[in-house]
Design a binder for this molecule. Structure first.
Ligand code: SAH
Ligand code: SF4
Length: 453
């Protein structure tokens, strides 16, 4: 009997029926993609999906560690498991993902959260059935956050949310960049890339399943394959996927500026199915802070990249990530970030107050700026961005666009996503997951409106 068959039998005996599985995912798209594989594996072991945490037999949290706020939310929810286990000891509470892959967090779960039964490591999802079996057969909690090997989670089917129009497709795992503020390299291990043929196969599956918006995932897609000496670089991969037959948009995240090349932008320009939207996180507009962050580019180099891309890809939109209040960041350096936002004309930014992460180099850097000042700066920076966004959205009025319907809004209108990732409300009768040719007609209350051509 395989582990999967054994788990199926053991769980069905424990619950007296096929176990209902509830998964809650915190954090980034990579975590969503991991959860799709966790679900795929556990459904193969006989579980059935359950959307109601109260009714589930197995409750699984896939957690995030990127900022303290994400961890606080998880702890709040784990706390609620006390009542769940008190009512029914038979239920199984499982926690995996970046947060619990930090040894100090796993320790505090061991000590302070006795109602968590199993910890597992998403760098090796296939260990999960064995851990559940160990827990059931021994009756003891299984709480070692380490995994035997950091894998590519290959061969595990992803069960994607059928209500979502976008499919996430991991092309690589881990990170070798060690930005000084970031916990990701500590919890996701060293960078490793999937083979082009495995990506192509899964990509075709997504296209065949009807997905029209496919997002390639990696912490730094621009270094795809480099470490393994693969002949296929990221731009080559884009070209290969662009050649797949069908009508779809290819997106990718995240593109690290230090490895973004002219070849990347030239390739995007030549590939009609690759989105005219590039997420290129800059983090700061100050060269001194960028250096302390260990980002390996200057503001000038960053702007050169954007300028080149705008030359070869007409109409391309950029979005970015910004950290405000990195340790030692002065008012002047913060203002340099504000000026970069205006200069770069980002379509949108994801902006965060720096969050101290245990074990990272920045955690021991002196940081004397009070949180309230950082919060004020973040607000002011977001206001600058709001005005830039508004200007860019107004500039879309009158343009003809290919829009993907992502949801219906009742009588007579529907929601769409444009190629540049902008959301728009369109008059007419839409069908989810269909492309429409539209004209942007209006911008009201921070929202674009359009009509079918
Ligand atoms: N690999 C991606 C980022 C992944 S984390 C890249 O390099 O662009 C997503 C974003 O979270 C980062 O771009 C950064 O802006 C933010 N972030 C990461 N660590 C953070 C921290 N300690 N405090 C605040 N924001 C952080
Ligand atoms: Fe974190 Fe930097 Fe790696 Fe992105 S590239 S995951 S910010 S260490």
């Amino acid at each position: 009997m395989t582990n999967k068959e054994l788990l199926n039998k053991t769980l069905t005996e424990r619950f007296g029926h096929r176990p209902a599985l509830f998964i809650r995912t915190y954090g980034c798209q990579q975590n969503v993609a991991d959860s799709e594989r966790i679900k795929g594996l556990l459904l193969e072991c006989g579980c059935i999906e359950c959307e109601d945490q109260e009714k589930a037999d197995i409750i699984l949290f896939n957690t995030c560690a990127v900022r303290g706020h994400a961890e606080d939310r998880v702890f709040g929810n784990i706390g609620r498991m006390k009542a769940v286990k008190a009512e029914d000891q038979n239920k199984i509470v499982i926690i995996g993902g970046c947060m619990v892959q930090q040894p100090h967090i796993a320790d505090s779960i061991k000590k302070s959260y006795p109602y968590v039964d199993i910890i597992f490591n998403t760098n090796n999802i296939s260990e999960l059935p064995g851990r559940i079996l160990d827990y059931i057969s021994s009756g003891k909690r299984v709480l070692d956050p380490a995994c035997e090997e950091y894998t590519l989670n290959e061969g595990i089917p992803a069960v994607r949310d059928s209500l979502r129009c976008r499919a996430y497709l991991p092309i690589m795992y881990g990170c070798d960049n060690f930005c000084s503020y970031c916990v990701v390299p500590l919890v996701r291990g060293r960078e490793r890339s999937r083979r082009p043929e495995d990506i192509l196969r899964e990509f075709r599956e997504c296209v065949d399943a009807g997905y029209k918006d496919i997002m390639l995932l990696g912490q730094n897609v621009n270094s795809y394959g480099k470490k393994d000496g693969s002949e296929t670089e990221f731009p080559d991969l884009l070209r290969m996927l662009n050649d797949v037959e069908g009508d779809f948009v290819i997106r990718f995240m995240t593109s690290h500026p230090k490895n973004a090349t002219k070849k990347l932008f030239d390739t995007i320009a030549e590939c009609s199915k690759v989105s005219r939207h590039i997420h290129l996180p800059v983090q700061s507009g100050s060269d001194r802070i960028l250096k302390l962050m260990n980002r390996h580019y200057t503001r000038e180099q960053y702007m050169e990249l954007i300028d080149y891309a705008r030359k070869v890809i007409p109409g391309v939109f950029f979005t970015s990530d910004i950290i405000v209040g990195f340790p030692g960041e002065t008012e002047q350096e913060y203002l340099e970030t504000c000026s970069l936002i205006e200069e770069a004309q980002f379509y949108a930014i994801f902006s965060f107050i720096y969050s101290k992460r245990e074990g990272t180099p920045a955690a021991v850097m002196p940081d004397s700026t009070p949180h309230e000042i950082k919060a004020e700066r973040l607000n002011a920076l977001n206001e600058i961005q709001r005005q830039v966004t508004e200007k860019l959205e107004l500039g879309l009025i009158g343009t003809r666009q290919k829009a993907l319907c992502t949801g219906l809004l009742g009588e007579g209108s529907y929601e769409c996503r444009l190629n540049n990732n902008a959301e728009i409300t369109v008059d007419g009768k839409g069908e989810v997951n269909q492309f429409k040719e539209i004209i942007v007609t209006d911008y009201r209350n921070r929202r674009l409106f359009g009509k079918e051509c």
